[in-house]
Design a protein around this ligand. Structure first.
Ligand code: ASP
Ligand code: MG
Length: 423
């Protein structure tokens, strides 16, 4: 079997969805599971519904209306008659959402988030499934929550592989195109869970693993995996071929092209991953596979903005020992602060953090009970894989570097914002 995945940017409007139809007419669709995420920026729009519901109820109707309007516009652009069954199905999904908002008693942000935000994927997959059917592509719509089974860590749920494997087993021998949602799963109580932002690549990886798929194809708005983010760098190069390890390293340092968790399940079963353009699906794009060397061999640049550089020392200037470090890490983990770089000296310990869940201030209060903490907010972390000397000199010449760390293949800089990455 093969897994195809289309992300939000590829289905942001009716034309995007028409393009999915076009792509599917050009490629093999027998024995395919199609994983789809929310349309365009709809996950963000649903997040606004969550915020309104929990903290600003006055604006709730507006936020829901915005999302409704978006989807109904797409529906009217795709289907000539509003008597088509999909209109009722979409209405039902909004009805379900209202039902949840009225009856829910839970205040836990993460729980509420997953129940609400997951509707975006329900909507996109229902619409696409209906549109493909309407245009002669037979398909079966699957609710991913019946297949991807997780624990109850809402917004960052962990997959229960055994249960997931058992459930996915059931769709193994189906040659009809099957369409399902990325990003979402369910826990033991059948509440919806999500796998972390941008998690639908990961869903594709999970289906591939459990189905022993022959390949995974991710269709994107870029030609494939590039050596740098084209929104930041002027001159980017398409990587024709990279190894799983290379891709894992790049994702770990923050390259946003493939969700980091996607690669491990694929690597375990040596399932090749093709990242290609949804505009030119016939182009080869990037192949991620086992043990292949980077081609072309070129430096890769990964930029992460809006980081915090925090230097921690003991109040009495005693050495930073294992016990301190382990205590600090427990705290970082507790506050879900993601660490992107670590540097240790005798009396201080520096970390580069991402405050994804806006917990930094509370974390800092707790940290300061025992430690001193100095920090710079809004710094940029630049990682260069396969760097050359010229790169380093150039970066250092034109930027204020706050911290630098070099290993054999990788150099990392933490720099003040408004950095110049190209001269
Ligand atoms: N829709 C989800 C998000 O935007 C998952 C995904 O697109 O991968 O985070
Ligand atoms: Mg998305």
């Amino acid at each position: 079997m093969k897994i195809y995945k289309f992300g939000g940017a590829s289905i942001k409007d009716a034309n995007g969805i028409k393009n999915v139809l076009k792509v599917l007419r050009e490629v093999e669709i027998k024995n395919v599971v199609l994983v789809i995420s929310a349309m365009g920026k709809m996950t963000n729009a649903f997040e606004k519904i969550v915020d309104a519901y929990l903290t600003d109820i006055k604006s709730l109707t507006d936020k829901i209306d915005a999302v409704k309007k978006y989807h109904y516009k797409v529906l009217h652009d795709l289907f000539l008659k509003n008597t088509h069954g999909i209109f009722t199905e979409v209405e039902l999904l909004f009805f379900e959402l209202h039902g949840f908002l009225i009856h829910n008693k839970q205040k836990d942000y993460n729980f509420v988030y997953d129940q609400i935000v997951s509707q975006a994927e329900q909507l996109s997959t229902k619409i696409i499934s209906a549109y493909l059917k309407e245009n002669g592509i037979e398909n079966r719509w699957l609710d991913a929550r019946n297949f991807i089974k997780t624990n109850s860590d809402y917004r960052e749920a962990r997959v229960n592989w055994e249960r997931t494997q058992n459930c996915i087993e059931k769709i193994k021998n189906n040659s009809t195109l099957q369409i399902t949602q990325g990003f979402i799963g369910s826990d033991r109580n059948n509440f919806t869970t999500t796998l972390g932002r941008e998690g639908s690549d990961y869903s594709a990886g999970i289906f591939a693993y459990c189905l022993n798929a022959e390949s995974v194809h991710i269709f994107k708005d870029v030609q494939g995996v590039l050596n740098a983010d084209p929104n930041v760098f002027k001159n980017t190069i398409l990587l024709e071929q990279i190894s799983y390890t290379e891709a894992i390293e790049m994702a770990f340092y923050g390259a946003s092209v493939i969700h980091p968790k996607t690669l491990q399940p694929l690597q375990k079963k040596e399932i090749p991953l093709y990242v290609k353009s949804f505009k030119n699906p016939k182009n080869k794009g990037t192949t991620v596979g086992k043990g292949v060397s980077l081609k072309p061999k070129t430096p890769c640049y990964i930029v992460k903005e809006n980081q915090i550089l925090l230097s921690i020392s003991t109040r009495d200037f005693s050495f930073m020992m294992e016990n301190n470090i382990s205590e600090i890490f427990k705290l970082l983990h507790h506050f879900k602060l993601r660490v992107h770089l670590i540097q240790n000296t005798a009396i201080s310990f520096s970390v580069c953090l991402e405050d994804k869940y806006l917990t930094f201030e509370t974390f800092l209060k707790e940290l300061k009970i025992k430690y001193k903490g100095l920090y710079n907010k809004n710094v940029t972390l630049l990682t260069i894989r396969h760097f050359n000397k010229k790169d380093i000199q150039q970066i250092e010449k034109i930027n204020t570097v706050l911290l630098k760390q070099t290993s054999r293949e990788t150099v990392q800089f933490i720099m003040k914002k408004n950095t110049h990455l190209e001269s």
